[in-house]
Design a protein. Structure first.
Length: 240
């Protein structure tokens, strides 16, 4: 399996607390649905299994290939496309576009978000909705909290993969999250590497303001936190 697919599954596949919210939105907004930053299909496959017409977009060809393969294995129809959320043209309109798991915070600042908003608006039907999940990795962390979170762990083909956040840093208006990745082979050999994800610091009010002129702001939704994962705020924008 491709390394990008492995680590995406380790770090993202077990997250499920947001699924009820995306299912509810898909039911409320029937029609074509676009999942931006779909990865290996955590949400796209779930919604397709419920009968929704889903298109999945991701910038990583390996993740899109894995998603397509999994859809075929489960006899699910999911349209897939490789593309950047800031510059894509799918040639169709959608009733609902979703950006789960802080995808909107991976655009590299305001210019990138502006490009994403323009692309999304161009792909929405009149009255269509863009729903984007935002989170603050530092929210609710107390100064005296010193214990690290539990690692994300996955076993695949006799290998055991583990990914643990070990540091969160503020850098020039962004939040950098350092993860220690460990892989243990069936023979017990350990390999380690570091990975860093950089999220734009982005409050819901700011994204709503940046969307002015293209969208009408709707009431926000929320995804609750649990004992392992942060909650998130879902910014709701309607095409005007």
């Amino acid at each position: 399996m491709d390394e990008a697919v492995i680590w995406h599954d380790v770090e993202c596949a077990s997250y499920s607390i947001d699924l009820p919210m995306w299912r509810a939105l898909a039911d409320e907004r029937p029609g074509h649905l676009l999942d931006i930053g779909a990865g290996t299909g955590r949400i796209a496959l779930d919604l397709a299994a419920l009968g929704h017409d889903v298109t999945a977009l991701d910038s990583d060809p390996a993740l899109v290939a894995a998603l397509s393969s999994r859809a075929r294995e489960r006899a699910l129809r999911v349209h897939t496309s490789v593309g950047d959320a800031r510059a894509f043209d799918l040639g169709r309109k959608f009733a609902l576009v979703i950006a789960p798991m802080q995808v909107a915070q991976l655009m590299g600042g305001e210019p990138g978000r502006a490009a994403m908003l323009r692309c999304v608006r161009a792909h929405l039907e009149p009255g269509g909705v863009f729903a984007a999940a935002l989170a603050d990795p530092l929210e609710d962390i107390e100064d005296e909290e010193v214990l690290p979170p539990l690692p994300d762990v996955r076993e695949e083909g006799g290998w055991v993969f583990s990914s643990m956040p070990i540091a969160v840093r503020i850098e020039d208006g962004s939040t950098a999250i350092d993860r220690l990745r460990q892989a243990v082979s069936p023979a017990g050999e350990l390999t380690e590497s570091m990975d860093t994800v950089v999220l734009d610091q982005l409050e819901p009010e700011r994204l709503e303001s940046e969307a002015g002129g293209l969208f009408r702001v709707l009431p926000r939704r929320t995804v609750p936190e649990d004992d392992r994962y942060l909650g998130s705020t879902i910014v709701m924008l309607e095409a005007v």
